[in-house]
Design a protein around this ligand. Structure first.
Ligand SMILES: [Mg+2]
Length: 193
């Protein structure tokens, strides 16, 4: 059985929050700096009501053809992963109403995967590896002694220590998986808080 990697879509593959910040500037003339976002959930860390935040998020995904990837070369990186005999499940915990847009966005950006899932708690998935930007998902997944890769974003920088690896580029995932002894050493050197 191939090992299973679960990769989060929002803010790991799709640059959702950066696009949300741009939309806020265009529509509400408020300059919210991406680097100052302290929660991927946005509620409570930006000066808007939940309804305003969700409406803008709907616009980010509703306008999916304009939503960029977080970095260049994602299809090639995921193909490499599949070539290393990993299965890739892409997962989003976003609202169900976004799912049809997410699927179209993945196809348009030629992002390869084996399965797509809309789930609330990725740590409950029977995966071997998780790549996510959400600190609570990484913390929960890592606590089960599985390999967790935290995709570096402004809102997860407070999660400084833990049984996980922080990556700033998805290609670093490939590098770490190519060097299992190195990965094990790094994971063993840190503790869950
Ligand atoms: Mg995410």
């Amino acid at each position: 059985m191939k090992n299973l990697v679960v990769i989060d879509v929002d803010n790991v593959l799709a640059d959702s929050i950066r696009t949300w910040c741009k939309l806020v500037k265009e529509r509400l003339a408020v300059d919210i700096k991406f680097e100052n976002i302290t929660s991927h959930k946005l509620v409570g860390c930006v000066p808007f009501t939940p309804a305003q935040i969700f409406d803008l998020q709907d616009n980010v995904w509703g306008n999916w053809p304009q939503l960029p990837t977080t970095e260049e070369g994602i299809p090639h990186i995921l193909e490499q992963l599949q070539g290393m005999d990993y299965r890739i499940n892409l997962a989003t915990s976003g609202p169900v109403r976004h799912v049809r847009y997410v699927r179209k966005w993945l196809a348009r950006n030629r992002i390869p995967y084996d399965k797509f899932e809309n789930v609330k708690n990725k740590s409950n998935l029977s995966a071997d590896i998780l790549v996510d930007d959400a600190p609570e998902e990484i913390r929960a997944f890592a606590s089960t002694k599985r390999s967790a890769f935290l995709y570096d974003r402004p809102w997860n920088r407070a999660l400084a220590n833990g049984r996980f690896l922080r990556i700033t580029k998805l290609s670093q995932l490939i590098q770490h998986l190519h060097q299992p002894s190195n990965q094990t050493r790094l994971l063993a050197a840190t503790q869950v808080r």
